[in-house]
Design a protein around this ligand. Structure first.
Ligand SMILES: [Zn+2]
Ligand SMILES: [Zn+2]
Length: 189
């Protein structure tokens, strides 16, 4: 009994039309079937490589130390402060500085670690004041008074409860300030 001939197919590898023997038959020749095997092997290899890289990234992320998390959170916070104060003069010397500007802590992270993420305690400061004048602290205080008023300066200078950050806190701080930085730069591109 003659069976209905199958429809012509295009070879997956070389696109030549051929007469398939079965529905699983997808290449025109032995040569193309070898190429197909090689191609699938290469695809599997690339997929495995991608998975490896992803797993490595995840593993590295998991073993980040608390101090790395702290650094990342502080960097995100400082960047936000620089964007918030962009276009403003240095909090200490009042100059508009062409060169680098920093996020300068009034009370240093060493002296008052509980204020390391306090948005009033950290303001745009020119590199010379920040680096060479140890924060130019007397002038910084004058700038703080002008910007926030006496009550805030009293609060910053007053006693504080110590703060303890968990790794999750630090991840959250980094994420939050990265988001606020994005909001500030929106529409600038
Ligand atoms: Zn072929
Ligand atoms: Zn300055």
């Amino acid at each position: 009994m003659p069976t209905k001939p199958r429809k012509q197919k295009r070879c997956l590898i070389c696109s030549t039309e051929f007469q398939p023997m079965s529905s699983l038959h997808v290449v025109c020749s032995f040569g193309c079937s070898i190429k197909l095997l090689d191609r699938d092997k290469e695809r599997r290899r690339l997929a495995a490589e991608r998975n490896d890289r992803k797993a490595t990234r995840k593993a590295l992320d998991r073993i980040k130390t608390k101090s790395q998390r702290m650094k990342e959170a502080q960097a995100a916070f400082n960047r936000f402060i620089r964007l918030r104060d962009a276009g403003q003069p240095c909090i200490s010397c009042g100059r508009f500085h062409d060169g680098q500007n920093h996020a300068g802590h009034y009370r240093t992270t060493k002296a008052a670690p509980e204020l390391r993420f306090d948005e009033r305690n950290v303001n745009l400061q020119c590199a010379p004041c920040n680096n060479h004048l140890s924060g130019n602290i007397v002038e910084y205080r004058r700038g703080l008074l002008a910007k926030f008023g006496q009550a805030t300066v009293d609060q910053i200078e007053g006693p504080h409860d110590p703060k303890h950050y968990t790794i999750d806190d630090l991840i959250e701080i980094k994420r939050g300030y990265a988001k606020r930085a994005r909001e500030l730069t929106k529409g600038e591109e």
